[in-house]
Design a binder for this molecule. Structure first.
Ligand code: G6P
Ligand code: MN
Ligand code: MN
Length: 431
C-alpha cells in the first residue's frame, strides 16, 4: 500500500489531485495521503484538507488523509512526493508581475523576470525537501509541479540524489484541443522543447503524420480560446507559425508576440488586475466554497485556474510508474541527447515512455536550427538561474538575465533586480 505526500497541500488546487487519486484508487491503492503545508498556510490546509476528507468519505474508499505542518513526519517512508508549493504565496507573485511591469517589462510568473525571481525563491526550498527525502525516503519519486517546473526539476536532478520528474498541464491541454478538432483520441502528438517553450512536432494519426495539414486549423481554434485559462488568445501570425512547421504552446506568445502581450498586461496593471491579482480573488472565492461543510466534490469554479487538469497528468504519471505501464507521457526529463544543442543533463520537456525505472525520452527528428538556438539561449538562462539560486551570486544572476529575451538589458536590469531583491527579501535567504 502506498504513502503519498503532497507538499503545498493547502493549495486551492488540492481538490483536483484528491479527485484524481480517488478516481484511480483501484490502480494506485493509496493508503495514506499526507497534505503538508507551512505554518503560514495552516488555515488553508485545514479548510482544503477537510474538503479532501469529505471527498474521500463520499467516494467510500479506504484512504487516510493526514494534514500536517510537520514535513519530516510526512516524508518518512513515502513512496511518492508531489510538490505544488508557492514560496511567498500569491503576494510574491503579485510582486513578480507588478514590479517588472512598472518598468515596462513583461510581468509573468514563469517567464522573464518573474519566472527568474520565482526560481530564486523556489529552488533552495525544493533542494531542502530533496535533502530531507534523501534521509527519510531515499527511493521515493518526486513529482514536481512547482514552477518554474523545468528549472526546479533540473535543480533536483543535478543537485540531489532524488529521482524527480517534472510536470506541466500545457501538453495535456494541447492534446485535448487536438482531440476536439479531430473528434478522435487515437493519435500521438510528439512533443519536444522546454517547459513553457514546448512544441508538438508530429501528429501521428491513422497511419501518417498530419501535423502540417492540421496546423492552420489548430491555430484557428487556438485563436478563439487559448489552451490554458491564464493566457489570452491573442491571434498568432498564422503564416509565420506555419513556416516553423510546429504547433507552438500558448506560452510561445510571450516570445513571438511580446509587445502585443506587454501592451495588454500594462493595461491590466494600471487597473490593478494582473493575473496574480485576478487569481487571488478567484482563490478567495474558492476557499469560501471549500468551507461549506456540504461541499464534497471539486467545484466547477476551479476550472478558472490555468492549472486545470494538472491532476490528470500527476495521477496518470504516478500510476504509470507504479504499474510500470510503459505508456507515453509528456514529462520534464533529462535530455540525454534528445535535443542536440543542449547538454545531456539539461532537463527538457518531451514525450517519454514511463516505466518503473523512470521516463525514457523518445528519439525525435531534429529540430530546425532556429529552434535549437532558441532553446540553447533559454536553457543557458535557466542554468545560470539555477546556479544563481544556489550560490546567491549577483553577477551570475545578471548573466542569467542577460540571456533572457523578455528582460530589458542595461542599467535597468540592475534597477529592477535590486527592487525585486528588496521586495522579496523575506524569501531569499541567500541574497
Ligand atoms: C498554466 C501553467 C501552470 C501555471 C498556471 C497558472 O496552466 O502550465 O504552470 O501555474 O497556468 O495559472 P493561474 O490560474 O495561477 O494563472
Ligand atoms: Mn506549467
Ligand atoms: Mn545595485
Amino acid at each position: 500500500s502506498l504513502k503519498v505526500v503532497t507538499i503545498g497541500g493547502g493549495s486551492s488546487y488540492t481538490p483536483e489531485i484528491v479527485e484524481g487519486f480517488i478516481k484511480r484508487h483501484k490502480s494506485i491503492p493509496i493508503k495514506e495521503l499526507w497534505l503538508v503545508d507551512i505554518e503560514e498556510g495552516y488555515e488553508k490546509l485545514m479548510i482544503v484538507g477537510n474538503l479532501a476528507k469529505r471527498m474521500v468519505k463520499k467516494a467510500g474508499i479506504n484512504m487516510d488523509i493526514h494534514l500536517t505542518i510537520n514535513r519530516k513526519e510526512a516524508l518518512k517512508d513515502a513512496d511518492f512526493v508531489t510538490t505544488q508549493l508557492r514560496v511567498g504565496l500569491l503576494d510574491a507573485r503579485i510582486k513578480d508581475e507588478r514590479i517588472p511591469l512598472s518598468h515596462g517589462m513583461l510581468g509573468q510568473e514563469t517567464n522573464g523576470f518573474g519566472g527568474f525571481m520565482k526560481a530564486l525563491r523556489t529552488i533552495p526550498v525544493i533542494l531542502d525537501i530533496a535533502k530531507e527525502m534523501e534521509q527519510l525516503c531515499p527511493n521515493a519519486w518526486l513529482i514536481n509541479f512547482s514552477n518554474p517546473s523545468g528549472m526546479v526539476t533540473e535543480a533536483v536532478q543535478r543537485f540531489s540524489r532524488i529521482k524527480c520528474i517534472g510536470l506541466c498541464n500545457v501538453p495535456i491541454n494541447m492534446t485535448k484541443s487536438v482531440a476536439e478538432l479531430l473528434g478522435h483520441e487515437q493519435f500521438l502528438l510528439h512533443f519536444i522543447g522546454m517547459n513553457h517553450y514546448v512544441w508538438a512536432k508530429h501528429l501521428y494519426y491513422d497511419g501518417k503524420d498530419i501535423l502540417q495539414e492540421m496546423l492552420p486549423k489548430i491555430l484557428e481554434q487556438e485563436s478563439e480560446r487559448a489552451v490554458v485559462k491564464n493566457i489570452r488568445p491573442i491571434s498568432w501570425n498564422k503564416d509565420f507559425i506555419i513556416s516553423t512547421g510546429m504547433m507552438p504552446c500558448p506560452y510561445h506568445r510571450y516570445y513571438y508576440m511580446h509587445d502585443d502581450i506587454l501592451q495588454e498586461e500594462l493595461e491590466d496593471f494600471s487597473r490593478g488586475k494582473t493575473r496574480a491579482e485576478t487569481v487571488k480573488s478567484v482563490e478567495a472565492k474558492l476557499f469560501e466554497l471549500y468551507k461549506d461543510m456540504n461541499l464534497d466534490k471539486k467545484p466547477k469554479e476551479l476550472e478558472e485556474r490555468g492549472g486545470a487538469y494538472y491532476s490528470d497528468t500527476a495521477c496518470d504519471l504516478i500510476k504509470a510508474i507504479y504499474t510500470d505501464s510503459r505508456e507515453i507521457m509528456v514529462v520534464n526529463v533529462r535530455n540525454n541527447n534528445t535535443i542536440a544543442s543542449l547538454p545531456d543533463d539539461a532537463v527538457i520537456e518531451t514525450s517519454a515512455v514511463i516505466t518503473r525505472a523512470g521516463a525514457i525520452p523518445l528519439s525525435i527528428s531534429s529540430l530546425p536550427d532556429v529552434a535549437q538556438s532558441e532553446l540553447l539561449q533559454l536553457k543557458t538562462f535557466e542554468r545560470l538561474t539555477i546556479e544563481a539560486a544556489i550560490t546567491g551570486d549577483y553577477n551570475t544572476a545578471l548573466r542569467a538575465l542577460t540571456h533572457n529575451p523578455l528582460v530589458k538589458h542595461g542599467k535597468i536590469t540592475q534597477i529592477v533586480f535590486d527592487e525585486l531583491l528588496e521586495a522579496h527579501k523575506d524569501y531569499l535567504d541567500k541574497w
